[in-house]
Design a protein around this ligand. Structure first.
Ligand code: GDP
Length: 702
C-alpha cells in the first residue's frame, strides 16, 4: 500500500499543475497553529532537519507545499538527502541551511505591507529518513498584530488557512500543551469545517512543559474529541547540540528521554499516542486511507475532464497537434517568405525608375534655378527656332549655363540621396512587416527585427553611397550623348513637361474655382499687379526721399481692403503658375522643334533633353551599384540574421514564451497540454486500480 500513497502524491502534483480548482484535488496534510505553538519544530522533527525560516517577525508569509519523498537505500548504499524547489531551477540542494536561507528569502520577498501571499512555495525533500507525505505549512495564526503589521493581517492569515483546510485535505492542528485548548485558533478553525474531527489530527507540542498527568489528560481528548485523535510530542531538543549529532538525533533523544521517564503515564498500556515517530506513522496511515478513499472520486473527475478536453481538442483543432518549436519555425519561414515577396519591389528596373524620378525632380529644380528665372530665357527660344543658327555659333553664355546645369546635377550628392532613397524603402518595408501579424503578438521579436535590419542598413549605407558617388564621377567631367540617347531624352523631357503643364493647369483651375471664376481671378490678378506697381513706386520715392533727406509720409492704402488677404495670396500663386505655364509651353515648343530633334549637337539649345540624358545615366549607374552594394548584401544577410538573432538565440523556455505570446497558439497549446496531462494521470490512475483490483490467485487444483 505504501506504493499507492507515493503514486498518488505524484498524481497529486500533476493534478495541481493541470488546474487549481478543487475538483481535481487529492488530499494533503495542512499544518495550522498559532505562532510559537511549535509548528515549525514539529515539521522539522518529521523531516529530521532544521530547514524552516526562523525569526520573531512572522517569517512564514507564503504557504509552503512540502512534498516528502522517501528514497530507500539500494544495495546497501544510503542515498543522499536533498531538497529542490521545482519552480526555481536551483537544482538539488544538499545543505539544509541553504534550503532554510532560500525559504527565508522567498518569504521576505513578500512586501511587509502585504504581510502574506497566497502563492505557495513548492519544496520537495528526498531522503531515506522521511515517509512519503505531502504537507502544507501555513503562516501561524496571530492573536494581536504588532505595530508594524497591517491591521488586516489577522484576517488575511485566517482566510488563507480557511482556503486550505477545506476538503479533502487533512488538518494537522498544532496546539501547545501549556496553552488551554479552548484558546487554540487551530482547533477552532478546524471544528468549523470538520466538527466531528473526521479529518483532523491534533498535535500537542511542548508536552515537557506541563505535568505528565495533565499532558495525558489532553491527549485522551475528552474535552475536545477528535475522531483521528491527538499525538503528543516534545519537539525541542533538551540536550545541548553536540558537534557530531544531527539536530534530529538530539531532538529525538530528548523526546525519547522524556516519554521514557514517564512510562507510567504514557506507556504502551495507556493507548495514548506520543512521540514524533508515532506522529509520522499516524500521518502516513491517515493520508494513505484518505487518498485511497479519494481514489474513486478523483478517477471519475479526471475521466470527465479528460473526455471534455478530448472533445474540445477534436472540435476546436481537429486533433491537430502543435509545438512551440513548430510555431516558431513556421513564423520564421513565413517571415522570410514575406520578405522575399516584398523584394520584388526592389528589382533593378524598379529601383532605376525610382531613382530617375528623384533625379527628374532635381532636373526641374536646376532648370528653374538656372533658366526660367533668367531674363534672357526667351532668347533661347528664338535661337532654337532659327534654322540658320548653328549650335557652334551660339553664344558662350548658354554653353556655360549648360555646363553649370550639368554639374549642379552631377554634384548634387547623388550617391547619398539615391542610397538613402533605397535604404528608406527597405526600412519602410521591414517596419511594415514588423508591424503586421503575427508580430503584433511578439513586440520584443518585432523590435529585434527592426533593430538588426536597421543595423545592416546602417553598416551598408556609407559604403554604398561612397561607391555610387565614385562611379558617377566621370559624369562630373563629361557626358557623351549618343543620338539615340538624345532622342529618348528629348521624348522623356517632353513627357515630363507635359505632365508639369497638366499639373500647373489643374492648380490654376483649382484656384479659379476657389476664388469664384476666371473673371474674378482676372480682377484679383489685375489688382495685385497694380499693388505691386504701387509698391515699386513707393520704394523709388522712399529712395528719392532718402536722398533729399525728407521724411516719408505714411500713405493710407484703403484699397488693400478690397479683397480678403487669403485671396490675394491665391492670386499671387496663380500668377506664379501662369508664369511657369508660359515658360513650360515655350520650352515644349522648343523641345518639339526641328532644331532640338536634330540630335546631341543641339544640347545648348535644349538643356532639358540633355539633362534628362544625364539624369538617366546617373540613375542607371546608381541603380547598378546600389544593387551590388546595398540590396544584394541586405537580401543575403537578412534571412541569415533572422536565423541567428531571432531563432538560434532562443532557448527552450524562450521558444515556449514566444509561442505563447500569440493568444491563438497559447489556447491551442494549453488545451493540448491539459489533455496530455489528463491522459497521463488517467493512465496512472488506471494502473493503480488494476493494481488494487488484482484478484487473488485462484488456489491451485490438486
Ligand atoms: P512556531 O512559531 O509555531 O513555528 O513555533 P516554533 O517551532 O518556532 O517554536 C516556538 C518556540 O517553542 C521555540 O522557542 C521552540 O524552541 C519552542 N518549542 C517548540 N516545541 C517545544 C517543545 O516540545 N518543548 C519545549 N520546551 N519547547 C518547544
Amino acid at each position: 500500500l505504501m506504493h499507492l500513497t507515493r503514486k498518488l502524491i505524484e498524481i497529486r502534483s500533476m493534478l495541481l499543475s493541470i488546474d487549481q480548482s478543487d475538483a481535481l484535488k487529492l488530499p494533503s496534510i495542512v499544518v495550522i497553529g498559532s505562532q510559537s505553538s511549535g509548528k515549525s519544530s514539529v515539521l522539522e522533527a518529521i523531516v529530521g532537519h532544521e530547514f524552516l525560516p526562523k525569526g520573531n517577525n512572522m517569517v512564514t508569509r507564503r504557504p509552503i507545499e512540502l512534498t516528502l519523498i522517501h528514497t530507500p537505500a539500494t544495495n546497501g548504499e544510503t542515498p543522499v538527502e536533498y531538497g529542490e524547489f521545482p519552480g526555481l531551477g536551483l537544482g538539488k540542494i544538499t545543505n539544509f541551511a541553504d534550503i532554510q536561507r532560500t525559504l527565508t528569502d522567498l518569504n521576505l520577498a513578500v512586501p511587509a505591507s502585504d504581510a502574506v501571499s497566497t502563492e505557495p512555495i513548492d519544496l520537495r525533500i528526498h531522503s531515506p529518513n522521511v515517509p512519503d507525505l505531502t504537507l502544507i505549512d501555513l503562516p501561524g495564526y496571530v492573536q494581536i498584530s504588532s505595530l508594524d503589521q497591517p491591521e488586516t493581517l489577522k484576517e488575511k492569515i485566517a482566510a488563507l488557512c480557511d482556503k486550505y483546510i477545506r476538503e479533502p485535505n487533512i488538518i494537522l492542528a498544532v496546539c501547545a500543551a501549556d496553552v488551554d485548548l479552548a484558546n487554540s485558533p487551530a482547533l477552532r478553525a478546524s471544528r468549523k469545517v470538520d466538527p466531528l474531527g473526521l479529518r483532523t489530527i491534533g498535535v500537542i507540542t511542548k508536552m515537557d512543559l506541563v505535568p505528565p498527568e495533565q499532558g495525558a489528560g489532553i491527549l485522551a481528548g475528552n474535552r475536545y474529541p477528535l475522531h483521528l485523535g491527538y499525538v503528543g510530542v516534545v519537539a525541542k531538543s533538551s540536550g545541548k547540540k553536540g558537534k557530531k549529532d544531527s539536530m534530529a538525533l538530539v531532538a529525538q533523544r530528548g523526546e525519547n528521554d522524556y516519554f521514557g521517564s514517564h512510562r507510567d503515564v504514557f506507556g504502551a498500556s495507556t493507548s495514548l499516542m506520543v512521540g514524533t515517530d508515532t506522529l509520522r506513522k499516524r500521518l502516513m496511515e491517515v493520508l494513505e486511507s484518505s487518498m485511497a478513499s479519494s481514489l474513486h472520486g478523483i478517477t471519475n473527475a479526471v475521466q470527465l475532464e479528460l473526455e471534455e478536453a478530448t472533445y474540445q481538442f477534436k472540435v476546436q483543432y481537429n486533433d491537430r497537434r502543435i509545438t512551440a518549436e513548430s510555431y516558431v519555425a513556421e513564423t520564421m519561414d513565413a517571415l522570410k517568405l514575406r520578405f522575399k515577396e516584398f523584394t520584388q519591389q526592389f528589382r533593378r528596373p524598379v529601383i532605376r525608375a525610382k531613382l530617375k524620378g528623384m533625379l527628374d525632380d532635381k532636373v526641374m529644380d536646376v532648370l528653374e534655378q538656372l533658366y526660367w528665372l533668367d531674363k534672357r530665357a526667351p532668347e533661347l527660344g528664338t535661337i532654337a527656332a532659327d534654322p540658320k543658327l548653328k549650335p557652334e555659333d551660339v553664344e558662350p553664355y548658354w554653353r556655360h549655363k549648360l555646363e553649370a546645369a550639368s554639374s549642379l546635377l552631377t554634384k548634387s550628392g547623388v550617391g547619398r540621396d539615391s542610397t538613402l532613397l533605397v535604404a528608406d524603402g527597405l526600412r519602410a518595408l521591414i517596419d511594415s512587416i514588423a508591424a503586421g501579424e503575427p508580430f503584433t503578438f511578439h513586440p520584443r521579436a518585432s523590435e529585434r527585427l527592426i533593430q538588426f535590419s536597421h543595423m545592416i542598413l546602417r553598416d551598408r549605407i556609407g559604403v554604398t553611397s561612397d561607391q555610387v558617388e565614385n562611379c558617377i564621377k566621370p559624369f562630373k567631367y563629361e557626358v557623351e550623348v549618343e543620338p539615340r540617347e538624345w532622342e529618348q531624352g528629348r521624348e522623356r523631357a517632353i513627357e515630363l513637361f507635359e505632365k508639369e503643364v497638366g499639373m500647373c493647369e489643374t492648380k490654376l483651375q483649382d484656384i479659379r474655382k476657389k476664388v469664384g471664376g476666371s473673371r474674378r481671378l482676372g480682377g484679383l490678378i489685375g489688382y495685385v499687379k497694380t499693388l505691386e506697381e504701387k509698391e515699386k513706386e513707393k520704394k523709388m520715392k522712399r529712395l528719392e526721399n532718402l536722398e533729399s533727406d525728407e521724411s516719408a509720409e505714411p500713405e493710407p492704402t484703403p484699397e488693400s481692403y478690397r479683397y480678403p488677404p487669403a485671396q490675394i495670396i491665391d492670386a499671387r500663386h496663380a500668377m506664379l503658375y501662369s508664369d511657369r505655364l508660359s515658360i513650360l509651353k515655350l520650352r515644349l515648343a522648343a523641345l518639339k522643334s526641328k532644331r532640338c530633334r536634330a540630335g546631341p549637337q543641339s544640347d545648348v539649345l535644349c538643356p532639358e533633353a540633355f539633362l534628362n540624358v544625364v539624369a538617366d545615366k546617373l540613375a542607371y549607374t546608381s541603380a547598378m551599384f546600389i544593387n551590388i552594394e546595398l540590396l544584394e548584401q541586405f537580401f543575403y544577410q537578412f534571412p541569415r540574421e533572422i536565423d541567428s538573432r531571432l531563432l538560434y538565440d532562443l532557448d527552450r523556455s524562450e521558444i515556449v514564451q514566444f509561442a505563447r505570446e500569440n493568444p491563438v497558439v497559447r489556447r491551442h497549446l494549453d488545451l493540448q497540454e491539459r489533455k496530455d496531462k489528463l491522459e497521463e494521470v488517467m493512465k496512472q490512475l488506471n494502473s493503480l486500480s488494476t493494481l488494487r483490483a488484482d484478484p487473488q490467485p485462484a488456489p491451485r487444483r490438486q
